[in-house]
Design a protein around this ligand. Structure first.
Ligand SMILES: Nc1ncnc2c1ncn2[C@@H]1O[C@H](COP(=O)(O)OP(=O)(O)OP(=O)(O)O)[C@@H](O)[C@H]1O
Length: 318
């Protein structure tokens, strides 16, 4: 059995605002093992950011404990920060006027990388995320994908054993998102443990071994990723837009295909179909019922976590 690297036990955090107390986390207990990638899911306000901040020793818990490689987040914050990398998605947190290399240097120094190792570590981090060629350009000239890869380089330059990733692929085009998933997969293969917050099931499916569901500040689910995806009951949503009459067979659905709704507007109709599994049966059904339709476009979207929440009623919205 791989050794535990993150041990969270009975963790809680309350906030008091104008005499009202909000429980952001309540009695949260879980363990993350070496080389394990765990998806942390939960709707807005579920407590994900609060948990991430406590684990990276940026916020104190009000109860319970959290340890990173044996170091308590309250008693040994410096040791915790040296062992943990935090990567937030989006545009924030970079110095635009500085180059990519200078940005990494700044954060490497903050996270305790020794002076004599720093040049070599920065070069390696740039190389790992494919930014060596752009390293000496100001960050304001970077694309979204490049900025996101720079976030990864910054979060990993001090070689943390645990990574906390918050929405890492947000706003990226599919190619950049895939490149990022590959980079995260490589870190996992090197034995780094990852706690991944994402609303995209594709990220979680590709990378996570296990899924933790936070609802209203408590863990309401702890299961393998496969179990979680199967619980939704379908794999993708296909939206078909076509001209003319709605094929009668389409409205009934078919083996592996459920009809969510059909909207007709003048001569054009649009159907939303849930595909339970991609395979010959569902492909054959769709191509048969659409064979005579004047199809304008087809959009295929993988199942999103929000859809799974809706199906399982895991929302826990405040
Ligand atoms: N500094 C704070 N002061 C008061 N309440 C707070 C504070 N930080 C968080 N909360 C509350 O704690 C709860 C959990 O918030 P948190 O930001 O951890 O949720 P989240 O799951 O990260 O949400 P999101 O997906 O929207 O980022 C919310 O009700 C929030 O309003």
């Amino acid at each position: 059995m791989a050794r535990p690297v993150v041990e969270v036990s009975g963790l809680s955090r309350t906030f008091t605002v104008r005499k009202e107390t909000v429980s952001a986390l309540r009695d949260v207990t879980f363990t993350l093992h070496e080389g394990e990638v765990v998806g942390l899911l939960g709707s807005n306000g579920a407590g994900k950011t609060t948990l991430t901040k406590i684990l990276s020793a940026l916020l104190l818990p009000t109860g319970g404990s959290a340890r990173i490689l044996g170091h308590d987040v309250v008693r040994h914050p410096r040791q915790v920060r040296e062992r943990i990398g935090v990567i937030f998605g989006g545009e924030t947190g970079l110095y635009d006027r500085l180059t990519g290399r200078e940005n990494i240097r700044f954060f490497a120094m903050l996270n305790g990388v020794r002076r004599r190792q720093i040049t070599e570590r920065i070069a390696a981090a740039l190389d790992e995320v494919g930014l060596t060629g752009a390293a000496d350009r100001p960050v304001e000239t970077y694309s979204k994908g490049m900025r996101q890869r720079l976030h990864i380089a910054i979060g990993t330059v001090h070689r943390p054993r645990v990574l906390l990733l918050d929405e890492p692929t947000i706003g990226l085009d599919p190619i950049e998102a895939e490149r990022l998933r590959t980079a995260i997969g490589r870190l996992r293969d090197d034995g780094v443990s990852v706690l991944l917050t994402s609303h995209y099931l594709l990220d979680v499916e590709r990378l996570a071994d296990r899924v933790l569901v936070l609802a209203d500040g408590t863990i309401s689910g702890n299961m393998t990723t496969g179990e979680f995806a199967r619980a939704a009951g379908y794999r993708a949503v296909v939206t078909v837009r076509a001209r003319g009459k709605v094929p009668s067979e389409l409205t009934d659905g078919g083996v592996g295909v459920l009809v969510d709704g059909i909207v007709e507007d003048d001569d054009v109709w649009s159907a939303r179909l849930r595909v339970q599994d991609w395979g010959p049966t569902s492909f054959a059904h769709l191509s048969r019922v659409l064979s005579d339709a004047d199809v304008l476009d087809v959009d295929v979207a993988p199942v999103r976590l929000e859809d799974v929440y809706a199906t399982l009623d895991l929302g826990g919205r405040r």
